[in-house]
Design a binder for this molecule. Structure first.
Ligand code: HMG
Ligand code: MG
Length: 311
């Protein structure tokens, strides 16, 4: 049997059949980084274990950023060292070479770098311009790749910026493409940092992006500030995206993105996908148990709708 020919250059690939979605659980990092209560290493590690027990196979375990900037992520090395599990991926956020070296020393096998589609947000978040963030990546990403690490790339504010407002889809796509083609990231996570995006924007950004980055390398990362995250996921799935970020319980936000509320809740995402006959490998009941445990430690009701409705 002859294989189907490659699509002509510049033409989007046909999306894979929608039978399975890879959930990237970002709760232990994006979920906790904005919480008032900083959780201990033990509690964070136990939360990650509970998420892995629930069948999640990619769990972002922490961030090797400055503890002065994000105290909630202090001691991520100790968290990573505590979680011993084969056959799963535990990426950690890394802003610069120092973070990379610390992550490597703690045994990380996957790192996530991050930049943004808007200058003002990047400046507030990592004290660097977009251009400077690429210069920082050049100081360690080639080495990380050569050492066999997987590198994920986040682009924040692809659908709107807390400081600049509207973000041009072309600019978002340009930064994403650069992170893929120039930096060499294995996967690009397209972020709606403050949860302002709507499905038409998702079609526009992902529709453009998949002409320059293979669709199977594109993930989406929606915050649910204005209740549009699930609708945005559907739009992304329609474009052929099969990797979706979410946070158990719907925790989250970025300390440097005023107005950013929780991430899309993993329970809500998994409930919708399973209901549509799309597999995720996640046991929803066990996930609820993990989120309820977190809820008790944080001492507040978490925003996930499924979690609130679950018996
Ligand atoms: P800086 O102040 O410009 O850097 O911060 P610096 O080089 O001058 O260093 C300042 C201090 O930090 C020094 O210590 C360094 O040693 C230390 P001091 O001499 O003052 O004692 N330092 C570090 N410490 C630990 N780990 C490191 C590190 N690097 C320097 N890696 C820096 C620059 C990038 C460090 C800082 O801005 C930072 O840590 N920013 C992180 C902000 C952050 O984590 N934001 C949230 C994550 S992004 C996000 O949530 C969006 C996402 O979810 C997608 C979406 O929703 O859009 C991913
Ligand atoms: Mg985020």
């Amino acid at each position: 049997m002859t294989e189907a020919p490659e699509p002509a250059p510049g033409r989007p690939r046909k999306p894979a059949l929608l039978t399975r979605v890879q959930v990237v659980e970002v709760g232990p990092r994006d979920g906790l980084q904005n919480e008032r209560t900083a959780l201990t290493v033990e509690i964070r590690a136990a939360f990650i274990e509970a998420l892995l027990d629930a069948g999640l196979t990619v769990v972002e375990a922490g961030a090797f950023v400055s503890a002065k900037w994000v105290p909630q992520m202090a001691d991520s090395a100790a968290v990573l060292r505590r979680v011993k599990r084969d056959g799963v991926r535990l990426p950690v956020l890394v802003p610069n070479r120092r973070g990379y070296e610390d992550a490597l020393a703690a045994g990380a096998t996957e790192i996530s770098v991050f930049t943004a589609a808007s200058e003002s947000f990047n400046q507030k978040n990592i004290n660097a311009s977009i251009e400077d963030s690429f210069a920082r990546f050049a100081l360690f990403v080639p080495e990380a790749k050569a050492a066999g690490l997987r590198v994920r790339g986040y682009v924040s504010t692809c659908f709107g910026c807390p400081y600049e407002g509207v973000v041009d889809a072309k600019k978002a796509v340009e930064v994403c493409e650069r992170l893929f083609a120039q930096v060499g990231c294995d996967e690009i996570s397209v972020g709606d940092t403050i949860g302002v995006g709507v499905p038409t924007q998702v079609h526009e950004v992902i529709g453009r992006l998949k002409r320059v980055v293979p669709i199977e390398k594109i993930a989406v990362h929606f915050h649910d500030t204005r209740g549009t995250a699930l609708a945005n996921v559907l739009a992304a799935l329609g474009e052929g995206v099969r990797i979706v970020d979410s946070a158990a319980g719907g925790t989250g936000g970025c300390p440097y993105a005023p107005g950013a509320a929780g991430n899309l809740a993993t329970e809500d995402l998994v409930y919708m996908l399973h209901g549509m006959g799309i597999a995720t490998g996640v046991d929803l009941h066990k996930l609820v148990v993990a989120s309820r445990g977190l809820q008790a430690h944080l001492g507040r009701e978490l925003p996930s709708r499924y979690l609130q409705a679950a018996p």
